[in-house]
Design a protein around this ligand. Sequence first.
Ligand code: RAM
Length: 358
Amino acid sequence: MLRSPRTLLSVTSAALLVAGLTACGGTTKDSASNTGGDSNQASAAADPNAAIKEGLKIAFLPKQLNNPYTDVEVGGGKVAVEELKGEYKLVGPNDASASSQVSYINTLIQQQQDVIVVAANDPNAVCPSLNQARAAKIKVITFDSDASKDCRDAFINQATTQGIGESLAKMALEQAGGEGEIAVLSATPNATNQNSWIEVMKTELKKPEYAKLKLVKVAYGNDDDQKSFQEAQGLLQSYPNLKAIVAPTTVGIAAAARYISSSSYKGKVAVTGLGLPNQMREYVKDDTVKKFALWNPADIGYLAAFAGAAMASGKVTGAEGEKFTAGKLGEYTIGADGEIVLGPPTEFTKENIDKFNF
Ligand code: RAM
């Protein structure tokens, strides 16, 4: 499923969107940039023949630890670090709030890690520390949720931002039956990944085929199960005619499906978005959810570790067009703005869900 073309994908528009979003956020791009250079201005030339070093210290800092998605994601990272004969480390906060990751980055710098693989809870809040890490010769790879591109060396994107946003809009249209009110139940208000997907969705909704669909609200469950459940409940209280909830977060979609499946809205309000097959199976089987999408999170962690090792070994610098091999996933080419795209997402339905176990 995700083994398809590992091609170079240009995502300039998505990067621009993210840049636009960060400009509207609580922190500014200027406050984020300090010691670090531009990710495209490699300090040394890449040596495509360099051997991957053994014993590299590769640390993972996901958005939050208590999220089943994170477990799968960093599980793939751990497998990769073992294959690379490196030292794996996992640290992270229990909530995905904007500034929750800074102290972890500072500790990883003190520990002289070789690579930090981070999913940013806020594109700018982590930047000063990440740039301190880079000044200390630590390679910074973002995965899942990007940081501002001037404070990381490469970004492992799960699929193109454009592709994910389009797929969310399309599933919403289908599930709402072509018309009516829809709402988004997102993660945290600062999450780079969710915000960039929602922006693409909003642009899609301006197209004529979406004319009868109305986005009435973007709610935030903060990737907290209880809060997401309450937000889903609140959406139906405020918008009783809602036709669909679109949750671009595995935590949000599972909580929304749980609420709808046991409420009088079951069969009337569709739930779709991005989910883990193992968390969504029961709601697909009880017909609460007809279709949702995701990539294999384990592959993102796996790819991030290999990208970090290639960079820490001098094989790549993060410049467009450089290539490296990511173990069982094969060869990848670094795209514009240091972006490496895993592959297209998969759609899950009653027909195929039992083929997936993550
Ligand atoms: C949640 C997190 C994660 C996102 C997935 C889809 O688990 O917000 O960052 O990629 O959903």
